[in-house]
Design a protein around this ligand. Structure first.
Ligand SMILES: Cc1cc2nc3c(=O)[nH]c(=O)nc-3n(C[C@H](O)[C@H](O)[C@H](O)COP(=O)(O)OP(=O)(O)OC[C@H]3O[C@@H](n4cnc5c(N)ncnc54)[C@H](O)[C@@H]3O)c2cc1C
Length: 387
């Protein structure tokens, strides 16, 4: 299947990430999870390998690769450790993309080289206590005062928040008592008035850094705005659409890692005098897992390829994210079942894959929201075709 979407760059990225993941990530993945340790050294290495700037054009110091390459890299990292993969993905897709898509020349020149090298980590703040799926209910408020904005409010569940040097976020925009809509800004996290909350204790993605952010009368210049003052919501929705390929690729990698462990275990574990994969109930589970992973990969690569052709991917990205994330949860559940009691203890990695899989059905749009988007798109097509 790789032949369908891959060129030499993609093969090179796949091989490089596989080698890096197996030699550097896999040996410490369990420790990072147990100790909830942010993978600082791995981030540095990913910067050196060009992964932190994989989607940034070469003129800004990035690797200048396309979405298929990006998805391949995220899959390869997540196969070893989803926390490392989301750290890289939240930085490149969420943290960097808004600047790539909507930044001014000045913002691009100032921020992209540092993001691309991994010297500065990026984060993206959309979610608020009362604005998750309903992201348009943003309460954070930026009031124009002279050449500046004064921002009050906050964000929750922000990936990389405690390690990021740069934050893009959405806010309501007010000019002279008039609400203009939702805008977006990019700011250094060292900005006065930005308080970074304590690290969240999570079920999975435990080595990834997730925190709440508070804005207290935070003064930022007008030049920190990303794009049009009232276009921030659309800016972030575009970022989220690409982000769905990202989370879908994470899901494929997570499912693949869990599947490989279950396959291996099924050859080693014996019951009733034979390897358990001699039992059809086990081998059929493996067959379903392999088939669903293959289908997820196809959906992700297809959506990524469409994005590279500048096609509209709202429906395809939502379908790919939905199917891949639900596959990851199913595969991780079956991987535990194949391990029996050993699947439930930390001696085997499948319990980590299981905990890491659940968030994939929630982050960057829950499964319910993906179904909402897909059904809306299907009905739109129906109406369009009827005209
Ligand atoms: C580990 C982690 C990392 C994250 N990283 C980031 C980040 O970096 N940046 C960021 O901005 N956000 C981040 N998030 C937030 C994440 O995107 C949201 O949690 C997610 O979008 C869901 O929003 P919510 O938690 O408010 O759930 P809610 O929106 O409250 O949803 C609760 C339930 O209601 C359902 N629901 C809501 N509306 C509808 C509807 N219209 N139709 C049907 N069902 C509906 C949902 O599907 C869900 O089952 C992260 C979250 C986690 C846990």
């Amino acid at each position: 299947m790789d032949d369908l979407f891959f060129n030499q760059d993609h093969i090179m990225i796949q091989d490089m990430v596989r080698e890096f993941a197996e030699s550097e990530i896999m040996p410490i993945a369990r420790e990072l999870d147990e100790e909830e340790k942010f993978p600082t050294e791995l981030v540095k290495q990913m910067g050196e390998l060009g992964l932190m700037g994989i989607n940034v054009p070469e003129k800004y110091g990035g690797s200048g690769l396309d979405m298929v390459a990006y998805a391949t890299a995220v899959m390869g990292l997540a196969r070893a450790d989803a926390s490392v993969a989301i750290t890289m993905a939240a930085h490149t897709s969420l943290g960097t993309l808004p600047i790539l898509l909507h930044g001014s020349d000045e913002q691009k020149k100032t921020y992209l080289p540092k993001l691309a090298s991994g010297e500065v980590i990026g984060a993206f703040g959309l979610t608020e206590p009362e604005a998750g799926s309903d992201a348009g209910s943003t309460k954070t408020m930026a009031v124009k005062k002279g050449d500046d904005y004064i921002v009050n409010g906050g964000k929750i569940f922000i990936t990389n928040a405690g390690k990021a040097g740069l934050l893009s976020f959405t806010s309501q925009i007010k000019h002279e008592d008039k609400l203009l809509g939702i805008g977006a800004f990019v700011i250094p996290t060292a900005t006065a008035g930005l308080e970074i909350g304590p690290k969240e204790k999570k079920m999975g993605w435990r080595a990834s850094d997730t925190r709440q952010l508070f804005f207290h009368n935070m003064k930022i210049p007008s030049s920190a705005m990303l794009g049009d003052p009232t276009d921030g919501f659309r800016t972030f929705l575009k970022t989220l659409t690409s982000g769905r390929i990202s989370v879908g690729a994470l899901a494929v990698g997570t499912a693949q890692g869990a599947y490989e462990r279950a396959l291996q275990y099924s050859t080693e574990r014996e019951a009733f005098g034979r390897p358990i994969n001699n039992f059809q109930s086990v081998s059929f589970k493996l067959a379903d897992m392999a088939t669903d992973i293959e289908a997820s990969k196809l959906l992700i690569y297809h959506a990524a390829w469409m994005k590279d052709q500048n096609k509209d991917i709202v429906k395809e990205a939502a379908m790919a994210k939905l199917f891949a994330s639900e596959t990851a949860m199913r595969v991780a559940t079956d991987a535990i079942q194949i391990h029996g009691g050993y699947g439930y203890v930390k001696e085997y990695d499948v319990e980590r894959y299981f905990r890491d899989a659940k968030i994939l059905e929630i982050g960057e749009g829950t499964s319910e929201i993906q179904r909402l988007i897909i059904s809306r798109e299907i009905l739109k097509e129906l109406q369009h075709n009827a005209l």
